[in-house]
Design a protein around this ligand. Sequence first.
Ligand code: PGA
Length: 248
Amino acid sequence: MRKKILAANWKMNLLRNEAIELANQFSQYAQNHHVQIYAPFLYLSELVSDEDLAFGAQNFYFENSGAYTGEISLPQLASCGVKHVLIGHSERRQLFNETDELLKKKVDAAIANGFNIIFCCGEPREIREQNEHVQFVVSQLKNSLFHIPSSRWKQVALAYEPIWAIGTGLTATSEQAEDMHASIRQSIKVEIGEEVAESISILYGGSCNENNAKELFSCDNVDGGLIGGASLKNEAFKVIFQALYDLH
Ligand code: PGA
């Protein structure tokens, strides 16, 4: 059985008290499940005291220490009790120019420092319209992720997030999500091996909300969600949580 993971990506939202209150609300029902919250850096050391939830960083720098003004390293995160990181989110790729090459360095650093990662991939609208989305996403994975040894894949989960669906209200249909997730799993089978392909969790992200979560999660190859906007409201997130873990 693959692990079902529900991850909240709070992005640059919520003030300190709002974040603490929302995390408290999540922890009332989310214990004993794989619920991860990618919160702003500043709040992480305070939030990690809640042992019912896992907290992760939305970003980090790949060097362990040094003269990198304004950056945060993995050992610093670990020293605050953080064990999860997001890598390759399309906003980091597009707005902050993170290239496949940089992402490869981040993957290596996170793996070496013992972090669990959610590696994000996904195509822009033009690529989907040209019907080149599978090739595009698989090349993102080949360029930054597939080099890690099979023994380290336990630290990895994937999130497929079509860029045209992020924050737009447009969601991939369950067929589009299932097709892509199955293709990603197949490429892992070919490149890494069947055991990793069968055990890795592949999450869907991109306008996943309380109305469409159940249908998306019913797909065989969708093992959870990476939720942006709908993770900022407890009512919506709770419905998504119940859809994933089948609790009514
Ligand atoms: P969204 O964001 O749910 O607001 O579309 C998802 C993400 O960017 O991870």
